[in-house]
Design a protein. Structure first.
Length: 389
């Protein structure tokens, strides 16, 4: 709708590119060398990439040497979710992958494991991964097939619920397994440290924090234990991920990572205030409203709700017509809205679906008010039984 002011409340799908990231990218585009070349032009690009690696490492509480850049979180997940690892020069087999039922498809699809090598860890109706079920699953793990690998996200992209990954890590350690944490939604929003979580690997994406789409990283705990490469070729990224690095995208990723870790607490307090006010008002406006994960540890920017009588797809279109971008669960590449696997896993009637409102650092009181005005109109139309769209 050209000309109509838009209110963007879909930051969990992607964050608008930050001005700093844009500037860094444009500057990097003017560097003409290949980072693998030893001449001055090449070395300038290499220095830029090394700097980006340091910035992303700080974001993840990791060592720069342990950051492998990829084309995004999906690639990083596919790289790490594999039965084939090396411990130094020694091959190491992973026999089974255990993924939580609420993982993003990038992880839930199981990467390079055969479908029959993947088991699902259930979640409780609260939206939190069931750690008792994880223990039971790992107790029954057949060690003769190889090690167990467990993948649990730090914060869910639909509900925003922060998962008990440290406790999960303790369970995985007891069984000698590998632990992978998708930190895509958490990075830059809550403090992050691979060591504190006690994860072996973190998966990151640039575009959720204001960097460009198409850049991400696999962060490892050390340099010895690494997955077999997914992309083979010229040996870039220490042979873990070949292909000439996208230096401009990495410069943007680094700028976003630097900005994200500044004032994290103040930003969260402001966003939580906006979000809580929004949720209180929504509840007052619409009887029967369910806010998924309310009262649970959640990202301060996320509200995921269901309103009886309002289908998520219809609701999303209605908000779009009001000039407001929200999401009906997670965005699929096809643009279609499937039943939310997260709501299904929580035992909620997924046929109704949910709508996700996700705020970001530049979201204002006025944005939230515009959303609430639209919400009031859409909720009233639903009450009158008129098609919300
Ligand atoms: N993991 C989570 C939790 C996500 O929200 C997303 C993006 O939607 C991804 C992984 C995939 O990230 P990318 O778009 O960088 O491949």
């Amino acid at each position: 709708m050209p000309g109509r002011p838009r209110t963007y409340l879909d930051w969990n799908a992607t964050a608008p590119l930050m001005a700093d990231a844009r500037e860094a990218m444009i500057a990097a585009l003017d560097l003409s060398g290949n980072p693998s070349s030893v001449h001055g032009e090449g070395r300038a690009l290499r220095a830029l990439i090394d700097g980006a690696r340091r910035d992303v490492a700080v974001l993840a509480g990791a060592e720069a040497a342990h950051v492998t850049f990829t084309s995004g979180a999906t690639e990083a997940a596919n790289m790490v979710l594999t039965p084939d690892f090396r411990m130094g020069r020694t091959p190491l087999k992973v026999g089974r992958l255990y993924v939580s039922a609420i993982e993003h498809p990038a992880v839930r699809e199981g990467g390079r494991f055969e479908k029959e090598q993947v088991s699902e860890i259930p979640v409780m109706p609260s939206g939190v991964v069931d750690l008792v079920a994880l223990e039971t699953l790992l107790e029954a793990h057949d060690a003769s097939s190889g090690l167990p690998m467990v993948a649990i996200m730090l914060a869910n992209n639909e509900t925003g619920i922060v998962q008990p990954v440290r406790e999960a890590a303790a369970i995985v350690r007891k069984r000698g397994g590998l632990f992978v944490v998708d930190a895509v939604q958490a990075a830059g929003r809550i403090p992050l440290s691979i060591g504190e979580i006690d994860a072996d690997f973190l998966v990151l994406s640039a575009h959720k924090l204001g960097g460009p789409k198409g850049a991400g990283a696999l962060v490892s705990r050390g340099e010895v234990l690494m997955p077999a490469p997914l992309i083979h070729g010229g040996g870039q990224e220490k042979g873990h991920r070949s292909g000439t690095e996208n230096a401009a995208a990495l410069a943007g990723f680094a700028a976003a990572a630097r900005a994200a870790r500044e004032d994290i607490e103040a930003r969260n307090a402001r966003l939580a205030g906006l979000r809580d006010r929004m949720e209180d008002r929504m509840k007052a406006l619409a009887g029967g409203l369910v806010i998924h994960g309310q009262g649970m540890p959640r990202l301060s920017n996320t509200t995921f709700f269901s309103l009886p009588g309002l289908k998520s797809e219809t609701g999303q279109i209605a908000f779009d017509l009001e000039g407001i971008a929200v999401s009906a669960g997670s965005a699929c590449s096809s643009g279609k809205v499937g039943a939310s696997h997260v709501l299904t896993a929580m035992g909620f009637d997924a046929a109704l679906g949910g709508l996700r409102v996700s705020l970001g650092p530049t979201t204002t009181e006025a944005d939230v008010d515009r959303f609430l005005d639209a919400f009031a109109r859409i909720a009233a139309r639903r009450r009158q039984g008129v098609s919300a769209a």
